[in-house]
Design a protein around this ligand. Structure first.
Ligand code: 4NP
Length: 170
């Protein structure tokens, strides 16, 4: 979901990845933007999302994802789908997959010298006891709320991890 940011002024960069880039990863992008902004770090972290598949390139998020996020005060409507590429490993120092299939696809794309963190988003929250954000695409609206619940918790954990790596502002 590219917004043509100048990545040079950012001190950390995060890419969320799912299959279609219309349900889980745009939800993660929107929630983490909100989390970072509330901590005053919105301008210091470059945040984006992408899909391993190309079916929904250029499309807005699923209307059910937009509706569920809006209930929590998060606007996903301006995001547009894009496909992940090996170039993303040059841009992002955190690449977080929603499920193991996504992670396998990313490992195939990963250049041998990648020094960032590639892993499952929910593994940042070990006490959840689960590693995958379930794909809500073929289910009902409750699946989208579950995605939000999981992604909110993992976003808080990610912010804590990133804050520990950032220079203090003074
Ligand atoms: P997402 O959900 O990976 O969370 O964006 C999906 C969206 C679309 C499809 C699969 C999963 N699809 O097959 O089109």
């Amino acid at each position: 979901m590219h917004r043509h940011l100048n990545t040079d002024r950012h001190e950390a960069s995060v890419l969320f990845v799912c299959l279609g880039n219309i349900c889980r990863s745009p939800t993660a992008e929107g929630v983490f933007r909100h989390t970072a902004a509330q901590a005053g770090l919105g301008s210091r972290i470059h945040i984006d999302s992408a899909g391993t598949g190309d079916w929904h390139v250029g499309q807005p998020p699923d209307r059910r994802a937009i509706a569920a996020a809006r209930e929590r005060g998060i606007d996903l409507s301006g995001l547009r789908g894009r496909q992940v590429s090996s170039h993303d490993f040059r841009t992002f120092d955190w690449i977080l997959a929603m499920d193991r299939d996504n992670l396998s696809a990313l490992r195939t794309l990963r250049p041998s010298g990648y020094a960032g963190h590639l892993g499952l988003f929910l593994d940042l929250v070990p006490h959840l006891g689960r590693s995958e954000v379930p794909d809500p695409y073929y289910g009902g609206p409750a699946g989208f709320d579950e995605v939000l619940d999981l992604v909110e918790q993992a976003s808080n954990a990610l912010l804590t991890r990133i804050q520990a790596t950032l220079r203090s502002p003074r």
